[in-house]
Design a binder for this molecule. Structure first.
Ligand code: F6R
Length: 240
């Protein structure tokens, strides 16, 4: 794992956005794996600005998101579809038919998981996967558990995740209890992985992910085994 430490959140966003922009420039038809949450917002802002300034073209790019809340439709303001439209899709020239997320409204979990897993395989896999890091070490919504789950699956969200994500909802009761997520194997097949982390409250978990025991109780720790991972962390998250 290669670690890039930046001064603050804005530096982290700038470095990570440059890495993604290089990927797009060097391989204009890349399949990008994307994440939601607070951490990537500034990264998407920079990518959108570079597109606006005529420096970055998304016309041949395909995107596949890590996860989506179970039960939320794309027009629900708390859905990850909505988040992606707001922060990136509406601001760049990414073709509408090439923006993929799990379908949170599909209640047939077996079918939805198979569909999304096969879709990623049909696309030839992900060229670069952007990941955030949960306070409990989750990547995507692969929560701490007794075993790594390989493929796309429907997961029960951990209490810590529900607690952390309630800031996006009016009431904690409104946070969905389940989500569709890429599995650890789905994430692992990405050719390159870019993990972005910000803030002092993530310093302990980032240390465990990068240098601790590789175990399903700290899902992100599996990244130690991937041959091409860049971690971009601000000083606070890196504990520097
Ligand atoms: C989001 C996702 C999650 C987040 C993680 C960190 O698509 O898969 O793993 O990346 O929960 O979220 P923030 O950035 O809000 O701290």
């Amino acid at each position: 794992m290669r670690l890039i430490i930046t001064d603050q959140y804005s530096g982290m966003c700038q470095s990570a956005a440059k890495i993604i922009a290089s990927q797009i420039t060097l391989k204009p038809d890349s399949v990008l794996g994307l994440a939601t949450g607070s951490t990537p917002i500034g990264i998407y802002g920079r990518l959108a600005a570079w597109h606006r300034d005529g420096e970055l073209d998304f016309s041949q790019i395909t995107t596949v998101n890590l996860d989506e809340y179970y039960g939320l439709a794309p027009d629900n303001a708390q859905s990850y579809h909505y988040f992606m439209t707001e922060h990136l899709f509406s601001k760049v020239n990414l073709p509408k038919g090439k923006q993929y997320l799990p379908d949170g409204t599909n209640s047939d979990a077996v079918r939805e998981c198979q569909r999304y897993q096969s879709l990623i395989e049909l696309l030839g896999g992900v060229d670069m996967q952007l990941l955030g890091l949960g306070h409990n070490g989750h990547i995507g919504f692969n929560e701490p558990s007794d075993a790594f789950v390989k493929d796309v699956h429907l997961v029960d969200l951990a209490e810590k995740t529900i607690e952390a994500n309630k800031r996006f909802f009016d009431r904690v009761e409104d946070v969905p209890r389940q989500a569709y997520t890429m599995g650890i194997g789905t994430i692992f097949q990405a050719k390159k992985i870019l993990l972005v982390v910000s803030g002092a409250e993530k310093a302990d978990i980032l240390k465990r992910v990068m240098y601790g025991l590789i175990c399903p109780q700290v899902p992100g720790s599996i990244l130690q085994l991937h041959p091409n991972v860049v971690v971009v962390a601000d000083k606070e998250a890196a504990g520097a």
